[in-house]
Design a protein around this ligand. Structure first.
Ligand SMILES: Nc1ncnc2c1ncn2[C@@H]1O[C@H](COP(=O)(O)OP(=O)(O)OP(=O)(O)O)[C@@H](O)[C@H]1O
Ligand SMILES: [Mg+2]
Length: 235
């Protein structure tokens, strides 16, 4: 079973001429459930929290442990365990064509002679095979988001972390990704503004102003978040 532990984690950044700006404060979590969603308003700290899981951000104080490996000291090992899907697919798609991007992702895992065949199987699984030879710049936003997920899942990470994986998707593709995430054998941790996607999780964290303000079942978490958002309107 995979586990992600946040142990008294604070993250802050320096601001010239001022006090450090806190991004996350006092995060204590033990995440062992298979499906975890993080919801909260823009700028609340969701992406920062996810980035801590693969060591893209390291704590200013405290520690994050992935399967007992500290992300600060063991970043390389942690990143081999954690597949990370960014909100902006273009930040992780680098090759000229769709097929080449999946092949690149397979480089360290699949022998060269097998790479094309395996890459085509991955594209088939995501219904992207007809676009194999297309430039990543000529894909729609949703197709790019699917491809970004496909390239990360191609190497079968132990934990999948996805930052708003359905943001750009139409209803059909959103449902497809929702079903795909629900059916994955690995632990999946997503941040999302898609409250239906959050409703499928085993556990939902609500983040507000850099703190986890609710942690529990999806229905209660979504109601909590709705109340928080309504209360914030006059601000
Ligand atoms: N490296 C950084 N330096 C300064 N401020 C930062 C840095 N990274 C994030 N922030 C700030 O921290 C806050 C939280 O950012 P984060 O990206 O985690 O929010 P979020 O909850 O993912 O928001 P969204 O829903 O808009 O994606 C924001 O105010 C952001 O501007
Ligand atoms: Mg974000």
């Amino acid at each position: 079973m995979s586990s992600v532990v946040f142990d008294r984690v604070d993250v802050s950044v320096p601001v010239p001429g001022q006090d450090r700006k806190p991004l996350l404060t006092g995060i204590n979590l033990e995440l062992t459930e298979r499906r975890i969603a993080i919801i909260g308003s823009n700028g609340s700290g969701k992406s920062t929290l996810l980035r801590l899981i693969n060591g893209l951000v390291t704590p200013t104080s405290g520690q994050v442990l992935v399967n007992n490996l500290g992300t600060a000291a063991k970043g390389g090992k942690v990143r081999r365990l954690v597949g990370f899907v960014f909100t902006d697919p273009l930040s992780q798609l680098v090759m000229p064509t769709v097929l080449e991007d999946v092949e690149l992702s397979l480089r360290a895992h699949t022998h060269r002679s097998q790479r094309r065949t395996v890459a085509e199987q991955v594209l088939e699984r995501f219904s992207l095979l007809p676009l194999a030879e297309q430039s990543i710049y000529d894909l729609s936003g949703g197709e790019r988001q699917l491809l970004a997920l496909a390239t990360v899942l191609a190497v079968d990470p132990e934990i999948l972390v996805a930052d708003e994986p359905t943001t750009l998707l139409d209803l059909r593709n959103r449902d497809k990704i929702g079903r795909l995430l629900a059916g994955l054998p690995q632990q999946v941790i997503v941040s999302t503004h898609d409250l239906e996607l959050a409703a499928d999780a085993d556990r939902v964290l609500v983040v507000d102003q850099g703190m986890v303000v609710f942690d529990g079942a999806p229905g209660e978490a979504v109601s909590f978040y709705r109340q928080l958002a309504t209360a914030e309107v006059p601000r």
